[in-house]
Ligand binder design. Structure first.
Ligand code: MG
Length: 327
């Protein structure tokens, strides 16, 4: 689940009254979603979307989503396309529709995958523009990875173990190591279901712990509260922007920090997540920077800071020279 060379993405266009909203979903195989199941779920509700009043979009999405079961990437594709359309219709960028200040968008980390020490050093040097790095640990090479990074930079690191430590004692030892090397916090040190061990661990370390795989949506928050300091919110887990908004608000109610994250996605959904980012404490929104066939431009990154487009809706523009994918 930590990375993949390519990923199926479902693209969606929602056209009404001469305006087209765009959405996409990146199905997560672990949760029994794939491109075919996402497409089927979208096809089933398309007639409702086509006939419903788009001005009442929250009710429409609520009605549609209740028919879609656990097809979260498909829900995200619909949510993004409809919100892009509504924003265009009202002449407001998505952050404006949500009442957010684009100047408050945080910096995003840049991800350094696990690799040989030489390649790791090279990747860190290539990420010169980014003030904070996100690094994968938990694959049995923590020392070598850290040594390679620290030989070329002292930048702060945010660690993601992707459930890689198998016991709470191993996680404790590894986190003490990471604490000594300028790591700000760690995501998902233990397997998702091991919440009691996570709670034990949190009582023994200073490093804040974030839940990613252990917490997919708002409904999961009560069970992780107390076991972690924060949660990773991803549009493909929440089923889009409205689900993410709900999760962020509930996380705040429970006293949890929020990081906005992503899967490998194009600028369509990364831009949507970036519009929400003024509400987050941290952002890890580099999925579009890690693919070579991004057909859209939307959010930009300047010295690590997310710069939101001020065009209506998601504010996407077709990237010159690259044909946007057809549906
Ligand atoms: Mg993660």
């Amino acid at each position: 689940m930590s990375s993949s060379d390519y990923r199926d993405i479902v693209h969606l266009e929602y056209t009404r009254d001469g305006l087209t909203g765009r959405g996409e979903g990146a199905p997560i195989v672990r949760y029994h979603e794939d491109a075919a199941s996402a497409q089927r779920a979208i096809d089933e509700v398309a007639p409702i979307l086509a006939s419903a009043d788009p001005a009442a979009f929250r009710q429409t999405l609520d009605r549609v989503f209740r028919r879609m079961g656990d097809q979260w990437a498909a829900k995200a594709a619909i949510d993004l396309a409809v919100l892009d359309w509504v924003g265009q219709r009202r002449g407001l960028p998505l952050y404006g529709l949500l009442g957010l200040d684009p100047g408050a968008a945080p910096i995003t980390t840049y991800s350094i995958g696990v690799d040989t020490p030489e390649t790791t050093k090279k990747k860190v040097l290539e990420a010169a523009e980014f003030p904070v790095l996100k690094v994968k640990f938990g694959l049995g090479r923590d020392e070598a990875t850290m040594e390679a990074i620290r030989s070329v930079t002292n930048k702060p690191i945010r660690a993601d173990a992707n459930e890689g430590y198998k016991t709470k004692e191993e996680a404790l030892d590894r986190i003490h190591f990471l604490e000594r090397h300028g790591v700000e916090f760690i995501e998902q040190p233990l397997p998702a279901e091991r919440l009691d061990d996570l709670r034990w661990l949190r009582g023994k370390v200073n490093l804040p712990i974030f839940a990613d795989e252990a917490c997919l949506r708002a409904a999961d928050l009560p069970k992780v509260a107390g076991a972690v300091d924060g949660v990773v919110v991803k549009l493909m887990k929440t089923g889009g922007v409205l689900g993410a908004l709900h999760m962020i608000e509930m996380a705040r109610t429970l006293g949890l920090k929020v990081m906005l994250g992503c899967m490998i996605e194009s600028s369509v959904s990364i831009t949507a997540a970036a519009h929400l980012s003024p509400l987050a404490d941290y952002a890890d929104l580099d999925g579009n920077l890690l693919i070579s066939n991004d057909a859209w431009e939307g959010v930009r990154v300047e010295r690590g800071r997310l710069r939101l487009p001020d065009r209506p809706g998601l504010g996407l523009r077709a990237r010159p020279g690259l044909k946007p994918p057809s549906i």
